[in-house]
Design a protein around this ligand. Structure first.
Ligand code: C2O
Ligand code: CU
Ligand code: CU
Length: 469
């Protein structure tokens, strides 16, 4: 087809009525939370020009993107705000004009690269999948996402279109998040609350990450969505900072509907997998078909979070509004392009630990005993090498690798679980568990990241550099 799809996005502060009757100040892409959904075609590059009108520097990362390092949103590769003091810009080398030009300091790993606007180019040379973009500034990712800096990017291709899966109105991307609100509608972010911070020891509870008691789906609290009595494709993303969910679909009369998983973080599975319930850690995506055809008109199906209680128990609901024809299908074979790396393909095996520890005199979250340092290379690998990583955790850590998709080889010394199927870019390590993943580091050379996607853990040090040479 050729050509490049171009988008422009302005990042700015605004307010929105999320809870009835009160205005919530947000940081947004283009004034909405979530930001605009970018629809992309496999093999057709997307360029997004971001302009920063926020009061703070910004970094954009496309999570799940096979993206050259220069557009991957390195945490110190900043877009300065409009009107940011000139002195700061001069101190960064006098650059900061329009465009995505290479900066003088760009190849110095310690350099802070800054611009006023920034072109991010995504080749989209990757499997069809639900990706998401979000802020990734060093030490400030969690509060930035919390304030609204997240949006979806969907990659499609002809093979997937030809499968006959539920589509159009019957395909629903669901970005699930939790947030906490003050009475006046302001988002509260307890870890940054200055009153709390002054009190010794009070920050410690947030070591686990920040949780809210309001569940938002696509930015709306506990929505009720009208559906036909037909199959729907739910493309679920857990965009919460720290909350884990275990989703179950329950009808008004207490029946559980199957969740037929057709895809993982990095696109379609080889074949569907049926789950009674589905755990979903921060940043994971599950592509699921649910069939409402047995639910009577007027009936309700609630998406329940079995790990929640009280206000966090329900996520959203579907109200079956009408009978309707349904010519969608869930084929027995969904994809035949899944990489089948074997243990014997691996050039090396690495052990990598994710554990709490001391950092800058306080508590932090460490990878192999070290907090994130942009000046240090933690893992160096060769383009094209297959590696096995043995990840081990103290508490729950959803571990994410940039650039590559991987397969789960084992969990706790046993075969992977049913929901570990397919190609993933985030894997949930449960407390005390060790998980083996296998991947090929292909695509691009350069400096990438891997980190815990509990966003507070990430900001508290649990991130590391991956250099592909
Ligand atoms: Cu979704 Cu490095 O992150
Ligand atoms: Cu990512
Ligand atoms: Cu973690």
């Amino acid at each position: 087809t050729g050509g490049i799809d171009r988008y422009e996005m302005t990042q700015r502060a605004t307010t929105a009525e999320i809870l009835p009757g009160v205005k919530t100040p947000l940081w947004t892409y283009e004034g909405t939370f979530p930001g605009p959904t970018i629809e992309a075609r496999r093999g057709r590059p997307v360029t997004v020009t971001h302009r920063n009108k926020l009061p703070v520097p910004a970094v954009v990362h496309l999570h799940g993107g096979r993206t050259p390092a220069a557009s991957d949103g390195y945490p110190t590769d900043l877009i300065l705000p409009d009107g940011w003091p000139d002195a700061a810009r001069r101190a960064q080398g006098g650059h900061g004009g329009h465009g995505g030009h290479a900066m003088s300091g760009m190849h110095d790993p310690r350099a802070v690269v800054t611009r006023l606007t920034r072109d991010y180019t995504f080749p989209m040379d990757q499997r069809s999948a639900l990706l998401w973009y979000h802020d990734h500034r060093m030490d400030f990712t969690a509060p930035a996402i919390w304030r609204g800096l997240a949006g979806l990017q969907i990659v499609r291709d002809d093979d997937e279109d030809a499968l006959g899966l539920p589509a159009g109105r019957r395909e629903l991307p669901l970005m699930i998040t939790d947030r906490a609100f003050a009475a006046d509608g302001t988002l509260t972010y307890p870890a940054l609350d200055p009153d709390l911070r002054e009190q010794p020891g009070v920050q410690e509870p947030y070591l686990a990450g920040v949780l809210g008691d309001v569940i938002l789906v696509n930015g709306a609290p506990w929505p009720v969505h009208e559906v036909d009595a037909a199959r729907y494709r739910l493309r679920v993303l857990n965009a919460s900072n720290a909350r884990h969910y275990e989703l179950e679909a329950v009808t008004g009369d207490g029946r559980r509907l199957d969740l037929v998983q057709i895809g993982a973080d990095q696109g379609l599975l080889a074949a569907p997998v049926t789950h009674p319930r589905l755990p979903i850690a921060p940043a994971e995506r599950y592509d699921v078909v649910i069939d409402f055809s047995d639910v009577p008109v007027g009936g309700r199906v609630t998406l329940v979070n079995r790990l929640g209680s009280g206000r966090t128990r329900d996520v959203m609901a579907f109200r079956v509004a009408r009978k309707a024809a349904d010519d969608s299908r869930v084929p027995r074979v969904l994809a035949n392009d899944l990489p089948a790396w074997r243990r014997s393909d691996a050039a090396r095996v690495r052990d990598i630990s994710f554990r709490a520890g001391r950092m800058h005199g306080g508590h932090g979250w460490l990878i192999d005993g070290k907090p994130f340092d942009p000046a240090r290379t933690d893992v160096t690998t060769r383009l094209g090498d297959v590696e096995i990583w043995r990840l081990v955790a103290d508490v729950h850590h959803p571990v994410h690798l940039h650039l590559v998709g991987f397969r789960v080889l084992s969990r706790g010394g046993r075969p992977p679980l049913a929901h570990d199927a397919g190609l993933k870019d985030t894997v949930s390590l449960r407390p005390g568990e060790s998980v083996e993943i296998i991947t090929r580091f292909d695509g691009y050379r350069g400096r990438y990241l891997f980190h815990c996607h509990n966003a507070e853990h990430e900001d508290m040090g649990m991130m590391a550099n991956l250099e592909i040479i």
